[in-house]
Design a binder for this molecule. Structure first.
Ligand code: RTP
Length: 156
């Protein structure tokens, strides 16, 4: 098992430009904190063309690729984060909702805050493998903070 399994599992989340513009950053962080996950890295940044190309490499042949990369994800700041905890990859995807907000239940982030598939507020890694790939794309190792989380003895 990798060093990032069990309670040390990690995922990459990013509040997209619409989420930042709509002042949803605090609300989104709050949901993951209350759930019991541990924030281990975070930065507000303008994603570069190179970074977005790498991040969305699997979608490069999709009809919405240029719109997604240039007109959406590259259009303003994003808040990139790494969260840690038991089954955080799968659980975060559940908390996000479906890609298209119309399929997302109320109570999920996209179900509560989005209506349009191309403005769906947040990104979350879809597997442990993508999480590892995306974390290393968006963060240098020294940007990830190892800290003693005293709440975790009540969470696990
Ligand atoms: P994400 O990677 O952002 O968490 O999204 P996802 O896995 O739920 O969805 P994916 O199919 O990987 O699509 C990535 C992002 O592209 C935008 N999108 N636009 N028809 C469209 O205009 C369309 N379809 C997808 C969304 O922002 C989606 O999250």
């Amino acid at each position: 098992p990798s060093a990032w399994s069990g309670v040390n599992e990690r995922t990459f989340l990013a509040v997209k430009p619409d989420g930042c513009q709509r002042r949803l950053v605090g609300e989104i962080i709050r949901r993951f904190e209350r759930k019991g996950f541990r924030l281990v890295a975070m930065k507000l940044m303008q994603a570069s063309e190179t970074l977005l190309k790498d991040h969305y490499i699997a979608l490069r042949d999709r009809p919405f690729y240029n719109r997604l990369k240039d007109l959406y994800m590259g259009s303003g700041p994003v808040v990139a984060m790494v969260w840690q905890g038991l089954d955080v990859v799968k659980t975060a995807r559940l908390m996000l909702g479906e890609t298209n907000p119309v399929d997302s239940l109320p109570g999920t982030i996209r179900g509560d805050f989005g209506v349009d598939v191309s403005r769906n507020v947040i990104h979350g890694s879809d597997s442990r493998e993508s999480a590892q790939r995306e974390i290393s794309l968006w963060f240098r190792p020294d940007e990830i903070v190892c800290w003693q989380d005293h709440a975790e003895r009540w969470i696990y």
